[in-house]
Design a protein around this ligand. Structure first.
Ligand SMILES: Cc1cc2nc3c(=O)[nH]c(=O)nc-3n(C[C@H](O)[C@H](O)[C@H](O)COP(=O)(O)O)c2cc1C
Ligand SMILES: C=C(O[C@@H]1CC(C(=O)O)=C[C@@H](OP(=O)(O)O)[C@H]1O)C(=O)O
Length: 389
């Protein structure tokens, strides 16, 4: 069974919903850890007032009994607290009232989905586009990814995320072990290891916000403990690096993705790009470096997976950008009620979870079974095969 999920729900509607299919039975879910991931996504310097309204927690409404998955689809719900303020506007039944009362949107924001969605779906109220295109949906995707993270965690696979750049400020490189990286970034308002960089990034975001502008950045995710051979070279859509790239690009506002040294590989000679193969009794086959970010031939090579994504600046700006009213076709300068100025730290948490999902999916394709015990047996036998190779 392929692991898959779908989400539904609007940003100001009652809730976000997901159904996950293909999880094995007997996986013990840690609800506290799941909600901790949701809280992590909400934090981060530069977010707007909405994050003070929401206190994201996931309710599991199917597929779990007494803390264990049953093998049935797992249904998840994350409620929108803000819905109480939008109950009437988001009503599923028709309501009477003026455009103003219905909060109809007719002024598309450059950089958001508004205009394309309006044209494509023939919607004259751009709220019908905005409501679903909002990155609020990443809350439920983090909930889904948190379950994938728990499955991977059971097999000793760890995932960390960090912010590499916000606008002009870049975090200095480091070689911290993954557990230390996880704990240091956890205590940082911008998810960096170095406190000096944290202060610089905070001040930078403040300045951008004061100017009525927004800012993007670069985030990184590291996955450690992945066995050799997830993904496959034999078919384009089985290449795991390709699937991860798609998942990263599906995060709202992401405009690029790199695996390992990524775009730098176009600048360097082969001798400075490829990771030489070594062998020792204790470690088996391993690499002298990890410039290719854990992938060759669309398959994991046993080194940590290293993925970076670039997030553009938030499109909703207090500083007006030129756009056109779809009613009058006249130009206008956009007005904003509230928005994030920078969501790069939050996006690093989303990145961890979409990557976790893709790795978990490939893991189950390789070792899949209906119960956790069956998967454990499959993993064990594969590891023995690798050892004797
Ligand atoms: C965590 C997160 C928070 C975001 N917050 C906002 C926001 O407050 N205002 C906004 O206009 N866009 C925000 N965005 C970006 C938009 O959702 C995104 O630009 C939009 O969906 C259009 O998609 P695209 O940029 O991928 O083309 C956010 C994105 C993420 C990942
Ligand atoms: C709600 C979330 O992010 C939202 C993403 C978003 C957008 O346009 O993408 C716009 C803002 O929504 P609102 O206009 O309601 O404040 C953000 O707050 C969230 O991350 O949970």
């Amino acid at each position: 069974m392929t692991l898959r999920y779908l989400t539904a729900g609007e940003t100001h509607g009652p809730q976000l919903t997901a159904i996950i299919e293909g999880l094995p039975s007997n996986l013990k879910l840690d609800f506290e850890a799941l909600n901790f991931e949701l809280a992590r996504r909400q934090k981060g310097y530069g977010r707007g007032r909405r994050m003070q309204i929401e206190k994201d927690t996931a309710e599991i409404v199917g597929g779990v009994r007494h803390g264990l998955t049953t093998g049935a689809p797992v249904a998840l719900v994350v409620a929108n607290n803000d819905w109480t303020h939008w109950r009437n506007i988001m009503n599923i039944e028709p309501i009477s009232g003026t455009d103003e009362e219905k909060r109809r949107v007719h002024r598309p924001r450059p950089g958001h989905a508004d205009l394309n969605g309006g044209l494509k779906y023939n919607l004259k109220d751009l709220r019908n586009v905005l409501e679903r295109s909002s990155a609020r949906e990443t809350a439920i995707r983090v909930a889904v990814g948190a379950i994938a993270k728990q499955l991977l965690g059971h097999f000793g696979i760890k995932i960390a995320g960090q912010v590499i750049r916000i606008g002009e400020i870049e975090a200095p490189p480091h070689q911290l072990p993954i557990d230390e990286l996880i704990s240091k970034t956890e205590n940082s308002s911008v998810r960096v290891v170095d406190p000096k960089t944290e202060k610089l990034m905070e001040a930078y975001i403040d300045k951008i916000k004061e100017e009525g502008d927004s800012i993007g950045g670069i985030v990184e995710c590291i996955v450690e403990g992945v066995p050799v051979g997830l993904g496959s070279h034999v078919q384009y859509d089985r290449k795991l690096d390709g699937r991860i790239a798609q998942a990263v690009m599906s995060i709202n506002a992401f405009k690029g993705v790199e695996i390992g040294i990524g775009f730098e590989a176009g600048r360097l000679p082969g001798s400075k790009v490829h990771d030489e193969i070594l062998y020792s009794e204790e470690r088996g086959y391993h690499r002298a470096s990890n410039r290719l970010g854990g992938f060759e031939g669309g398959m994991t090579n046993g080194m940590p997976i290293v993925v970076r994504g670039v997030m553009k600046p938030i499109p909703t700006l207090y500083k007006p950008l030129q756009s056109v009213d779809i009613d009058t076709k006249e130009p206008f300068a956009a007005q904003v009620e509230r928005s994030d100025a920078c969501a790069v730290p939050a996006a690093s948490v989303v990145l961890e979870h979409v990557v976790a999902w893709e790795v978990a999916k490939a893991f189950l394709e390789k070792f899949g079974g209906d119960s956790l015990e069956e998967i454990e047996r499959n993993v064990k036998s594969y590891l023995a095969q690798l050892e004797s190779y």
